[in-house]
Design a protein around this ligand. Structure first.
Ligand SMILES: Cc1cc2nc3c(=O)[nH]c(=O)nc-3n(C[C@H](O)[C@H](O)[C@H](O)COP(=O)(O)OP(=O)(O)OC[C@H]3O[C@@H](n4cnc5c(N)ncnc54)[C@H](O)[C@@H]3O)c2cc1C
Length: 437
């Protein structure tokens, strides 16, 4: 869509930091980039590094803009979530040159148990369990989101081709011939052939494109926080399913763990309101005694759970990635990993186009990205919906079916190995970064 002012724009030959002055608005500087990313969360920062980081070939000139300041946010540690990073996502961190910044803050998940959450934990039979044999790599590692943000930000700071502008308000996005222009509330504007919407669940970019979403509110809230405990966890992750939600305990380095406590909005409100001593008592009752005494570390946060998928993940000169494109139930801890797959796939499409001298924000390039991601996003959502329906349900017939199916899977090495490949994120057509290239 061409705007009227395109006709009176005149160009000044320029290096990256030079400016274009437009005929209609000579007071406004329009800086030009190869790619503008709205949203400096984990997906936005990873995207910036994949295209403009020290290891990117070719190296694009990238601008990241965020309503908050990603640098301050990364330093504040103000995200109490932990994330399981699949082997494929770990490859991305290696490829982006950020693994060294993260590696001391991860714990391998070498053993996983799944129970149906009834009764005291010690007495619960595990329905499904996975061990990683000695010498094999674990399917995933766990870390806290604050370390993910810090590692990505460190990578961004090492690149002279990535600019980050925090604390800015995007007023509008205008499509011009060959560009997406972003106008800020302070009157500044920037433009690039490609705009990436990495602005999370309520994406402004998605709404501005008029792309509808499908999904629903789960009527569940997940409390997320870290704990310290007396006894070693033995690198064992636990997932306890119940009709009110999943309770997950994910091992962190040392005698620490990251907790996702899924529950009803009412119970979540109570758990958020009580003081720390009362909360710790509730926590110890929930976890049982196998880790000794457990204590909250830092603060707890509450995330209302919803599932959502955008009907399209591209628009004119725009691609959506991460939560802007899809939100899945956190029961398998795959949300961020799915977003990182978007990052790696879009990076391949854009880099290949740039190497060929093709317009990297063109419809043809965006269509390649959309085609590549469509099936994987749909199949991951379908798998999560199925798991959620199967686990978070108390109908007697379904409970028996679930137990029988899981016990069967537990006894079939081939089924378990396929599940572990899924968990490692190593199935399907993988982009270069995910293959460690
Ligand atoms: C309880 C819970 C547990 C989870 N556990 C896991 C797990 O174990 N493993 C896993 O893989 N995933 C997990 N996830 C999912 C994962 O956390 C998300 O998928 C991931 O954080 C999304 O990252 P993002 O960069 O797409 O979006 P966000 O992290 O939401 O970042 C979006 C950024 O955009 C900025 N922004 C928003 N609007 C604007 C605007 N208008 N202008 C400018 N900037 C804007 C925001 O300030 C923010 O910095 C979990 C999610 C939840 C809720």
């Amino acid at each position: 869509m061409a705007s009227g002012f395109e006709s009176c724009t005149f160009f000044v030959p320029m290096p990256l930091s030079a400016y274009i002055f437009t005929g209609t608005d000579c007071m406004t500087h329009t800086a030009e980039f190869d790619v503008i990313i709205i949203g400096g969360g984990p997906n936005g920062l990873a995207m910036a590094l994949a295209l403009g980081g020290a290891r990117a070939t070719p190296r694009a000139r990238v601008l990241v803009v965020d309503a908050r300041d990603p640098r301050k946010f990364a330093a504040s540690g103000n995200d109490t979530r932990g994330s399981a990073l699949t082997r494929a996502t770990q490859n991305i961190f290696h490829g982006l040159g950020c693994w060294a910044d993260l590696k001391d803050h991860v714990a391998e998940m070498r053993h996983i148990i799944v129970t149906d959450g009834k009764g005291m934990l010690e007495a619960r039979p595990s329905l499904l369990s996975f061990f990683t044999a000695d010498g094999d790599k674990a399917a995933a590692v766990i870390t806290e989101n604050r370390w993910i943000a810090a590692a990505l930000m460190a990578g961004v700071d090492r690149s002279s081709d990535i600019e980050v502008r925090g604390g800015v308000t995007v007023a509008s996005i205008v499509r011009e011939v060959g560009f997406s222009r972003v106008n800020f509330a302070d009157g500044q504007s920037v433009r690039a052939p490609l705009l990436v919407g990495a602005d999370g669940r309520n994406s402004f970019v998605r709404r501005e494109l008029g792309i509808p979403v499908e999904g629903h509110d789960d009527r569940q809230v997940a409390l997320t926080f870290s704990i310290a405990h007396e006894l070693p966890h033995g690198l064992r992750a636990e997932e306890h399913f119940s009709p009110t939600g999943v309770f997950a305990l994910l091992p962190l380095p040392g005698n620490r763990a990251s907790i996702v406590w899924g529950t009803s909005p009412e119970e979540a409100a109570q758990l958020m309101a009580i003081d720390e001593t009362t909360f710790n008592a509730a926590l110890n009752e929930k976890i049982g005694t196998h880790l000794g005494r457990t204590n909250l570390e830092g603060t707890r946060q509450a995330y209302p759970l919803k599932r959502q998928v955008a009907r399209e993940i591209t628009g004119p000169r725009t691609a959506l990635i991460g939560d802007a494109a899809h939100i899945i139930h956190p029961l398998a801890g795959l949300g961020l990993n799915l977003g990182f797959k978007d990052v790696a796939a879009l990076a391949d499409c854009v880099a290949d186009a740039m190497l060929r001298g093709e317009d990297h924000g063109s419809q043809a390039v965006l269509e390649r990205y959309a085609r590549w991601r469509r099936f994987d996003i749909a199949s991951t959502i379908a798998a999560m919906e199925g798991m959620n329906a199967l686990f978070v349900n108390d109908l007697p017939g379904l409970t028996l079916l679930r137990q029988a199916a899981l016990r069967l899977a537990d006894r079939l090495p081939a089924a378990k190995s396929a599940l572990m490949d899924e968990a490692a994120g190593m199935s399907g057509a993988l982009p270069r970064l995910m293959r460690g290239l």
